[in-house]
Design a protein around this ligand. Structure first.
Ligand code: KPL
Length: 300
């Protein structure tokens, strides 16, 4: 019998992962605020629609994927702690940085922590519909050693949930790389309320260049070397590959939900502050989004 996976919440990436696990004959339960099973429609790329029903989670929880927004990670972990088994494997998956340091000290000696950084894209047209909208590489790293059996369970399940998945020893450089992408695309699309592809327009070019050079200065201070041309190519390739999509921050803003700003732009500003650096372009985006300020909404 396969071990049971618990997926926290009912966000787009979480339901994508839960659906793929379920369709690959894994046992999956959902840890949500609402009681009872959750029934939804899953639209896979080129594979049509599937109706899926997943049961509500029951304790003890041994294998748990927490694909919630960065600001919700700590509250979710605190809520889960009394329900976790002594050997629980906790997998985080979100944009931005800063949660690993917060969660690690909360786990007991035999519990382990993992992180998945993904470029899979999913969209919820309604509360009970989930659409897989884009595929891309994902990376998995173990942040706290565990035994061979638990390693095998986590690695094989995450490969099903996030395929194509690569196992890495050190997730930090990849998290910085993703931070570069998210710290440009997410706040800009949220401030201007545009699709990702609009950022390829020439009027955004100078600002994107400045955001990236500010990012590179901070990353370098923390031992992460990035080349401007290289990172710029990466950001423009994501802009091109996700041209028709709205970023998660644009969606959160338009629906009046909290923004992942503190784990993305805020994280960068905090690290810059500690390093004695100033980041005027990131600071301006941060302030515009914090204040709900629309003054940057016309770049022309
Ligand atoms: O990760 C994303 C997000 O929307 O959060 C990007 C890469 C910007 C794709 O939209």
């Amino acid at each position: 019998m396969n071990p049971v996976w618990t997926v926290v919440g009912q966000g787009a990436i979480g339901l994508l992962a839960a659906s793929r696990l379920h369709l690959n004959q894994q046992q999956v339960q959902l840890f949500r605020r609402q009681p009872g099973p959750f029934r939804y429609q899953f639209e896979q790329q080129q594979q049509g629609l599937r109706q899926i029903e997943l049961p509500a989670a029951t304790a003890p929880i041994r294998l748990v994927l927490i694909p919630v927004k960065a600001y919700a990670v700590l509250p979710a972990v605190r809520q889960l702690l009394p329900l976790l088994s002594a050997d629980a494997q906790v997998v985080l998956c979100h944009n931005g940085m800063g949660t690993i340091e917060q969660v690690l000290p909360l786990l007991s000696p035999a519990q382990s922590l993992w992180f998945v950084s993904t470029s899979q894209a999913a969209f919820k047209p309604s509360a009970s519909q989930i659409r897989h909208t884009g595929s891309g590489p994902s990376y998995l790293a173990c942040l706290k050693a565990t035994d061979a059996l638990h390693t095998q369970w986590v690695q094989s399940a995450m490969a099903l949930a996030f395929e194509p998945l690569t196992l890495v020893d050190d997730i930090t450089p990849l998290l910085w790389r993703k931070l570069a992408v998210n710290s440009v695309i997410n706040p800009l699309t949220a401030v201007h309320q545009i699709r990702n592809g609009e950022l390829a327009q020439p009027q955004y070019q100078a600002l994107i260049t400045q955001l990236l050079s500010e990012f590179i200065a901070v990353a370098q201070h923390y031992g992460q070397a990035f080349d401007q041309a290289d990172i710029s190519r990466l950001v423009y390739s994501v802009i091109g590959n996700t041209a028709g999509n709205y970023s998660s921050m644009q969606q959160d803003k338009i629906h009046g939900r909290p923004l992942e700003l503190d784990a993305i732009t805020g994280y960068l500003l905090q690290r810059a502050d500690e390093a004695g650096l100033t980041l005027p372009a990131h600071q301006a985006l941060y302030q515009a989004l914090r204040a709900g300020d629309q003054s940057l909404s016309s770049p022309r």
